[in-house]
Design a protein around this ligand. Structure first.
Ligand SMILES: Cc1cc2nc3c(=O)[nH]c(=O)nc-3n(C[C@H](O)[C@H](O)[C@H](O)COP(=O)(O)OP(=O)(O)OC[C@H]3O[C@@H](n4cnc5c(N)ncnc54)[C@H](O)[C@@H]3O)c2cc1C
Length: 397
């Protein structure tokens, strides 16, 4: 049991579920992650066990068959999963955001229709805002839905970077509609698009071209999505509220940021665990490298970064659970945890010397996974925009 990243004040249930997930990670994920990742193989057996453990329904209310747990419980489970393999946490990430948005913004009929199936992992969510020409600048979305006389919509355009694009069956997708609003973001609408898994033209007018080949974050599929005359119904609009998509998606992204911080914490913890073990095994100049102060100090720095990131992540999750606004806390946690994760993996890599460059050692995978955390759910620059805007408003002279 690691002594870093402990969380005070957890309930008996939280302690129990975290211990279960930790055992699962140590027994089922860490021993297989390297091989699956190198072969870019989808971790189906792991995903099936996660379904059995109820992880897909962790935050879905009990009345819809979920466990009704808090964002904190969810984030701590994600931290554990990412310690094993970041891609596994990616499998539930977009699912969790879509379930959260449905819970917060869906109509009763939409909740009844999707949440019970999402709780058992039968329906699996993906989340789509980005396009080939834009990621940070969400309000510039070009894909559009045109309302027809019968109330249905025709969707056209190209979306980019869908995590779980091929393996999901329910995509929350943000497109432009003409609501006549003067601000661009008020003309954006979120649709819930149900589709089969797989690649190619999976439904009339909806194509998932194939997996994008990535530096890391392998095993799970990241795809494009092309609409070409796809027809959606009026009740496919999230909350049946056209023009509210930007706000609904931003709400989803905010909890997503806590989730990305948790993943960064998990990857950082694993990088530290690998370094602290290796530093005691590897000898140079007649003693373990941990006995060279330069290495020992690196371990101290890494542990401090891991601890700071964990505390900020826990704070952001608890703030959201308490019902308080948490945009600054979530932005800070995401920014700090992802930057520290990149630094800690780099330090662990250096401690491994030449072996860190070998594909036999786990640290090379962590080195390739960590950079994604600097980008996903908004880059560090975008987090700094959010944080500084709020601070300048709060501290206005
Ligand atoms: C593996 C992977 C999975 C992803 N999964 C999803 C997903 O499931 N759903 C989804 O919708 N998207 C997803 N994304 C997309 C991701 O959210 C975007 O890549 C990210 O938001 C950045 O957008 P961009 O790539 O268009 O970069 P850009 O927005 O073009 O930014 C380029 C650079 O400019 C900087 N920059 C931009 N604007 C500003 C500014 N105002 N001030 C200062 N600097 C600025 C950025 O920080 C960055 O360094 C995924 C991306 C990857 C790589």
């Amino acid at each position: 049991m690691t002594r870093l990243a402990q969380t005070l004040g957890l309930s008996e249930f939280q302690t129990e579920i975290l211990a279960t997930v930790r055992r699962f990670v140590d027994k089922e994920i860490i021993p297989t992650a390297q091989e699956l990742e190198h072969a870019d193989t989808y971790p189906q057996a792991i995903v099936d066990q996660m379904k059995e453990m109820g992880l897909f329904g962790l935050m879905i209310p009990e009345e819809y068959g979920g466990l009704g747990e808090s964002l904190l419980t969810y984030a701590l489970c994600v931290e554990e999963l990412a310690r094993g393999w970041m891609s596994v946490s990616g499998v539930i990430n977009t699912h969790f955001i879509v379930a959260y948005m449905l819970r917060q913004h869906g109509t009763d009929a939409q909740k009844q229709r999707y949440l019970p199936r999402m709780a058992i992992g039968e329906t699996r969510g993906a989340f789509s805002m980005s396009e080939p020409e834009l990621g940070s600048d969400v309000a510039a979305i070009r894909s559009r839905a045109v309302r027809k006389a019968d109330g249905s919509y025709t969707l056209d355009g190209q979306k980019m970077w869908l995590t779980n694009g091929g393996s999901s069956t329910l995509v929350a997708v943000l497109v432009r509609t003409d609501e006549g609003a003067d601000k661009p973001h008020r003309n954006l609408t979120a649709f819930l698009i149900e589709k089969p898994t797989g690649f190619g033209e999976v439904a009339p007018g909806l194509t998932i071209p194939g997996k994008i080949d990535k530096l890391g974050y392998k095993g799970i599929d990241t795809t494009e999505l092309i609409f070409d005359g796809y027809v959606a119904q009026a009740d496919d609009v999230l909350g049946e509220a056209p023009g509210q998509g930007f706000f609904q998606m931003m709400d989803g992204i905010e909890v997503g940021r806590v989730n990305v911080s948790a993943r960064a914490c998990g990857v950082g913890i694993r990088a530290f665990e690998l370094a602290v073990r290796y530093a005691q095994q590897r000898e140079t100049f007649g003693k373990p490298i941990a006995d060279h102060q330069a290495i020992a100090f690196q371990l101290a720095e890494m542990a401090t970064k891991v601890e700071a990131a964990h505390l900020m992540m826990v704070n952001a999750a608890r703030l959201k659970d308490s019902g308080e606004r948490n945009d600054v806390a979530a932005g800070m946690a995401k920014y700090l945890a992802s930057e520290f994760c990149a630094e800690v993996t780099q330090q662990s890599f250096r401690i491994h010397g030449g072996y860190g460059y070998s594909k036999e050692y786990e640290i090379e995978r962590l080195m390739r996974d960590a950079p994604f955390l600097l980008i996903g759910e908004g880059t560090s620059e975008i987090q700094k925009n959010i944080i500084s805007k709020r601070l300048l408003a709060d501290y206005r002279i």
